[in-house]
Design a binder for this molecule. Structure first.
Ligand SMILES: Nc1ncnc2c1ncn2[C@@H]1O[C@H](COP(=O)(O)OP(=O)(O)OP(=O)(O)O)[C@@H](O)[C@H]1O
Ligand SMILES: [Mg+2]
Length: 506
């Protein structure tokens, strides 16, 4: 992407003086300005010159051009909004001038080199404009400008902030984040819809994807693995929206989940035995309830000598075993061709001699193939499903099997489900933002037309304290039937894990 398109500076650049000398280090050469030269017509140069005599103090507010600010700003009311406007104004002025001095053909691939060049030019622009800033202000300004050039604009600090797990941009004026499981509004804003669009474009175009009015929704992944979804007008009425699920560099482990209260050490022991004992497990829950994270933890229990094939829409799982083949589905291209669906991948994976198939999420017809795989020798497979509870997981599975398009009788589908799925682990996102496993349920088989479920562990909420949910997941006292099979495989569980002597255990 060219520097100009990257920054959308067509109008911003108007009038910036073309005065930088040609240099080797990426600065603009007046003979080779190309498109930049043509765009440089207007009044900005005069404004820049006027600016030199304004604001020399360390206050950002003092650097504002009196002719541009709102009446309120001119009266110097000193509100936060005013400070933010002044900062944005200064930022766009310096940014415009800086861009006019950079070579538009600069290779943006070499980030280090570009950053150095930008920093040098930034310093010279501040000097040329005689702008004096404190060290903190200077750093903040530089970071904001370099985020526009090198990163993802206003959301760059949020991407770097490790306490943020999810970023939600709802048009240019509103950005929310999730921190420690809770949603919070931030003061991050964009200039306008186009600004958000440029950031979205910067994310999706290097991936060969596009987003425009004819295809206004896109799923993609940032180079660091973060999952993104963008929806733009006319589908989104609040302006372009962007949702980023940040990739955890160190994915949560079973120890973390125990620490967060999602699991207990006993349940970890139990689940480890279930994975080693090759049970087919469905992790279910609402959106953002931590299904993928739990699936990752369960997958980590797969023995290292087994061949694992993972299938996902956007590769989120991070397995530490050696023998892992990661497959990712692909949407159709512009001509509507070349789609590789999750279903295609499930079918194909069976020809790859997998010991285990792990499907990131079953959403549609692939469910039937997944169940068939589970029923035909690929036991020990794992997947996730959106649902509201274990019983609902079964109905979801049924509906998704129907989506495969075969005219199968419902009873046949139920039988498939009952014989394929051994265990449902259901989890929920609680009001306080914590994620809890709320049910661990055995699928026992069919009785008449009904699939029989038996809860093995359930979550009991005992109260609330300072907004925090108090409760624990406890055994129901029922020993699941599959434990006998475990014993034949030399997998032994402590006898009281299912709660007969519960009080002693916990
Ligand atoms: N047990 C947990 N405790 C606290 N936070 C968690 C837990 N599990 C996951 N999270 C956090 O919750 C967010 C969502 O997790 P995850 O992607 O696993 O959810 P999901 O159910 O797969 O979501 P989706 O429905 O969007 O696919 C992540 O930021 C993750 O770090
Ligand atoms: Mg998920």
């Amino acid at each position: 992407m060219s520097l100009l398109k990257r920054l959308g500076t067509t109008q911003d650049l108007s009038g910036t003086e073309q005065k930088s000398p040609p240099t080797k280090d990426g600065k603009r050469n007046p003979d080779t300005t190309g498109g930049l030269g043509k765009q440089s017509q207007g009044t900005g140069a005069t404004r820049d010159t006027e600016e030199e005599s304004s604001g020399r103090s360390g206050e950002l507010g003092a650097l504002r051009r009196p002719t541009i600010g709102t009446q309120q700003q001119q009266q110097g009311t000193g509100t936060t909004q005013q400070k933010s406007d002044n900062f944005n104004e200064l930022k766009s002025r310096i940014q415009n001038r800086l861009i006019s001095e950079l070579d538009p053909r600069m290779d943006l691939g070499n980030q280090e080199e570009v950053r150095r060049t930008v920093e040098e030019t930034f310093t010279s622009v501040l000097e040329a404009e005689s702008i004096v800033l404190t060290r903190v202000e200077r750093m903040r300004l530089f970071e904001a400008i370099s985020a526009e050039i090198l990163g993802y604009g206003p959301i760059e600090p949020l991407l770097k902030d490790e306490s943020v797990s999810e970023i939600m941009v709802n048009g240019p004026r509103q950005t929310y984040v999730e921190r420690a499981g809770r949603l919070e509004r931030t003061d991050v804003t964009f200039q306008d819809d186009d600004h958000v669009m440029r950031v979205i474009d910067r994310i999706v175009s290097p991936l060969g994807r596009r987003i425009d009015e004819s295809s206004p929704m896109v799923d993609a992944r940032l180079p660091d693995g973060s999952r993104i979804n963008a929806v733009i007008p006319p589908i989104s009425l609040v302006g372009p929206t962007l949702t980023i699920r940040k990739f955890a560099k160190d994915p949560l482990t079973s120890d973390d989940l125990v620490r967060f209260g999602t699991l207990t050490p006993e349940i970890v022991t139990f689940l480890k035995a279930c994975v080693e004992g090759r049970l087919n497990i469905v992790v279910s829950g609402g959106t953002g309830s931590g299904k993928t994270t739990t699936l990752n933890v369960l997958s980590s229990f797969i023995p290292h000598d087994e061949r694992i094939v993972t299938i996902e829409n956007a590769a989120e799982l991070q397995l530490h075993q050696d023998h892992v083949v990661t497959l990712e589905s692909r949407p159709p291209n512009i001509e509507g061709r070349g789609e590789v669906s999750i279903q295609d991948l499930v079918v194909n994976s069976l020809r790859m001699r997998p010991d285990r198939v792990v499907v990131g999420e079953c959403r549609a017809g692939e469910t039937l193939d997944m169940l068939q795989a589970m029923n035909t020798g690929h036991d020990g497979s794992l997947t996730t499903v959106h649902s509201n509870g274990p019983r609902d997981t079964l109905s979801r599975l049924e509906t998704m099997c129907l989506m495969a398009g075969y005219d199968l009788p419902i009873r046949a589908i139920r039988e498939q489900i009952a014989s394929a799925v051994d265990l449902i682990l259901h989890q929920s996102r609680m009001k306080d933002g914590s994620r809890r496993v709320t049910y661990i349920t055995e699928v026992q088989g069919m009785e008449g037309d009904v699939i029989v479920l038996q809860d093995v562990f359930t979550f009991e909420q005992t109260g609330q304290e300072n907004g925090k949910v108090i409760g624990a997941i406890k055994p129901t006292g029922i020993r699941p039937k599959f434990v006998e099979v475990f014993e034949s495989q030399s997998i032994y569980l402590p006898p009281n894990i299912f709660g007969t002597s519960y009080e002693r255990m916990f």
